[in-house]
Ligand binder design. Sequence first.
Ligand code: ADP
Ligand code: MG
Length: 770
Amino acid sequence: VMASMAHLQKEKLRLQEELLRLQEKLTAQENNELSLSLQLQGQVETLKAKLLEQAQEINRLRSELGGTDAEKHRDLLAAENERLRQEMKACEGELRELRRQQQAPCRDCPHLQENAGLQEQLSQLQREAEETRAKLVELDLEVQQKTNRLAEVELRLKDSLAERAEEEERLSRRLRDSQETIASLKSQPQPIKYIIKTVEVESAKAKQALCEIQSRNQYLQEQVGMQKQVLKEMEQQLQNSQKTEAQLRAQIMMYEAELERAHGQMLEEMQAMEEEKNRAIEEAFSRAQVEMKAVHENLAGVRTNLLTLQPALRTLTHDYNSLKRQVRDFPLLLQETLRSARAEISQAIEEVHSTNRELLRKYRRELQLRKKCHNELVRLKGNIRVFGRVRPITKEDGEGPEAANAVTFDADDDAVLHLLHKGKQVSFELDKVFPPQASQEEVFQEVQALVTSCIDGYNVCIFAYGQTGAGKTYTMEGTAANPGINQRALQLLFSEVRGKAADWDYAITVSAAEIYNEALRDLLGKEPQEKLEIKLCPDGSGQLYVPGLTEFRVQSVEDINKVFEFGHVKRVTECTNLNEHSSRSHALLIVTVRGLDRSTGLRTTGKLNLVDLAGSERVGRSGAEGSRLREAQHINKSLSALGDVIYALRSRQGHVPFRNSKLTYLLQDSLSGDSKTLMMVQVSPAEKNTSETLCSLKFAERVRSVELGPVSRKAELGSWPSHEHLEVPTILLGDSPGSTAPPGRGHASPSPGQLSSRSASIRRKLHTSG
Ligand code: ADP
Ligand code: MG
């Protein structure tokens, strides 16, 4: 089911990818269309600009043709408008048709927008035509007015002509009258002459009448001349007005011709404009058609794509459906599978459980075996080890031959040390010797295995032995910048405990005590003066404990520093001369590590005792008295007791004199059984200290050189069946440096009687120490 699910999921993923690809294609096509529409919009923009130009041209022409006549023109324009309107209607129809065609396949087609633009343009054109028409009406009105004025002028001309004709008539009539009068007068001369003659003859009266008549005649003739003059003027006037009329007519003719020409021009321009407009529309239309075609092609492409997509979609749907079916069936299947899996798992768990139980059992056995092996290993190496550390020559050693170096080393053997004493070289062999240049870290490296074994539940003692000023405190406490074993050991314990935190819970506590004049005092307690007692545990375990000894739980280096400082302050406030006091007392730092293995419930307790011993110099000899003597006696007693105990332990004596001093009694647990002890013998290399150095080194060698012979060891093993397997390593032990010690310096092998009692004692001790 899982495999098929995985397969289906893979298939689903593939189909989803395909779908994504197709969607990408679609978007690409959409982008294409978008760019096309943008192009079309650009074209529409240019067309619009062109149209605007043409409209301006029309306006310009119109303004040029401002004053022309034009009923005909207006009619023409009206007809034109009508035609345009029809054309527009046709266009609109076409557009509608196009829109109908396009509406279904492409709603957002850019051509629609283009069409809308064109329509907009058309309507604008219509509006312009309307405006033009209005202007034409205005022009018509103007032309009408002008025609009216012309008619008026003509009418006035006609009037003046009629007036002139009348005047002429009137004048010709008067002329005729005058001529008639003249003619009648001419026909009368005979009688007149006669009369005149008669008058002349007859009378003067007649003569006077003749004169009168003659003057009258004169006047009439003058009048006739005047009339002729007037006539001439009138004729002149007539001619003038005729000329003016001709001129006016010519002007009118000219105007009319001009009008005709302008009209023609306008028509021509209108025609040209019309043609241009048609051309532009046609162009736009054809372009639009081409683009439409392209778009249609694109659309067709998309459609075919869609068509090809459909089968994929169908298979996808099919797959999806089958997947759905499977998913529907899956819970059932899953339940089924789960049920069987659960059964299998519970079975497997059961198996694992039993295997685990078995493993745990084996692990516990292995753990015990390991501890045993470790014990044996340590025993083979020697549970008690003796190191020597030589401090450098210091300023305090002074100058001159007294401060000369009296200690030399063996370049090939780091366990050998030579002391020049009173002109003789004495050699000593320890487990290891640290030269003056050895750093605190190097020293600690040799010690750290001991420290960590405390986590595994072993008790450990590290003693610093030597005369005052030989470097005991330096090795144990060190300086702030270069800490000694105490701080380094705790740091190491912290880090080890952290490393095991996944499986183990650990609690580390510290106590600090001082033994002065065989009195035990708590350095961390509220009552430092109070003497503490060492008591046997009431639970019958044989363990010792100190009631009232303060224990501090520490979790970090800061905690230790605080504890140290606290103890130090206590010590300082309690005594006037710390240096002297400290050299006269044993200082103990007791670190207890309690562990709980969460998986097995196993509990371990390990104790690490770090002891800065009192100065080993021999005071009593120089005749000290009183308290000084008492101090010296106590120190001597406790140090030799320590030596005796270590000697007894290392030589596996039946009786170990723990009770001979407070120190050994307190450390009984941590010295016996499978606990480990390190004696760090501090020596000064200065010439003036050689006798004390010699004593210290002798002490070191005494506690170290105790060795059991192979026979005695065998006998011991024989009486202790659980250590049978150690037979082979025991033989190896014969090669250990200790076995090469000269027989004279070594201690006699214990007698068989001693041996049996000792083995019994060791067995008992091991039992009590768990
Ligand atoms: P003790 O405790 O044995 O009386 P101290 O530890 O007080 O001796 O040492 C005496 C002096 O020697 C101190 O000043 C100490 O710093 C110095 N000293 C001791 N051992 C060393 C060493 N390994 N390196 C440098 N200085 C040392
Ligand atoms: Mg000291």
